[in-house]
Design a protein around this ligand. Sequence first.
Ligand code: ADP
Ligand code: MG
Length: 298
Amino acid sequence: MGKKKIGKFVYPQTGTQVEKIEQAFKLLGLENCGSSFEFLAQKIQEEGKTILDFQEELLKGEVQYQEDKRLNRWIQQAKLPQLKTIDGHEDTRFNFAAQPVIKPAQIRELASCRFIEQGKNVILLGPTGVGKTHLALALGFEAIQQAYEVKNVQLNEFINLFHSASISSSETSKKRLFRSLAAPKLLILDDIDYYTPSEEAGEFLFDVLMQRYKDQLSILVTSNKNPKDWNLFGTPERSRAILDRIFDHSRAIIINIMDGRSYRVPQPLEQAISNPEPIRESSKLRSLISSASKSMTR
Ligand code: ADP
Ligand code: MG
């Protein structure tokens, strides 16, 4: 088979009229129009609507389809491992009632992505299970919806990426890694203090963050330690430089969830244990225990 010829547009010559229209839509990259126009034409006719209604419906469908494709592509590029949201579907949304130390208004303000426009940084601090990663991923998704380029990386992933780039000994792979971390409008660094990078990796990360500081690009960091105890950038001087510049008061929005409760242990079970009143419905207890054990294996 020869290479598919690109660059020349010719109206399809073979097949029925419907087949030719379908092929023409595909040739023009209007995939959704191609697969929906026939059904839609019939529907519009049955409903007694006009040709303009037909065109509008057809284009709306295509725009939505292309936008869904963009979202998927950007989510993959950003390396968001799961879909988490602030509001929306109950399977993905953040349950504010379960974490009263978090102010919904503050999170919804962040979801507006004004902090990205202003080049501000967000630090989510708190012990494990309080929803730091959830909020980070949800804000990443909000940013993607608003067409900001996002990159999400856990510190251990960064360390691995840095070492693979170093082993390949080619400057281009390090440059590529640098660009992939320095260029996006929002960089999410998750669990920043779980691992200690090597001296070189720490210096590289320092350079990335300094570049982002110069370009006024936002960072969202999650950590379970106070930033002054971070030991990431090789030397205490570099750590201080980062804290002074990037996380100074005018540029940093700190969300303190240090006193939050872990979402991994469902609240009702804790209450059930400390509550002398027996839970009478055994099926309710069973479901509490099974959801608790599921969350512990997570
Ligand atoms: P952390 O990063 O603080 O350790 P995660 O964000 O990973 O915690 O939360 C652990 C799990 O609990 C995730 O599946 C997350 O989606 C869920 N979770 C945590 N807090 C909430 C919440 N308030 N509402 C809904 N789900 C939550
Ligand atoms: Mg986490």
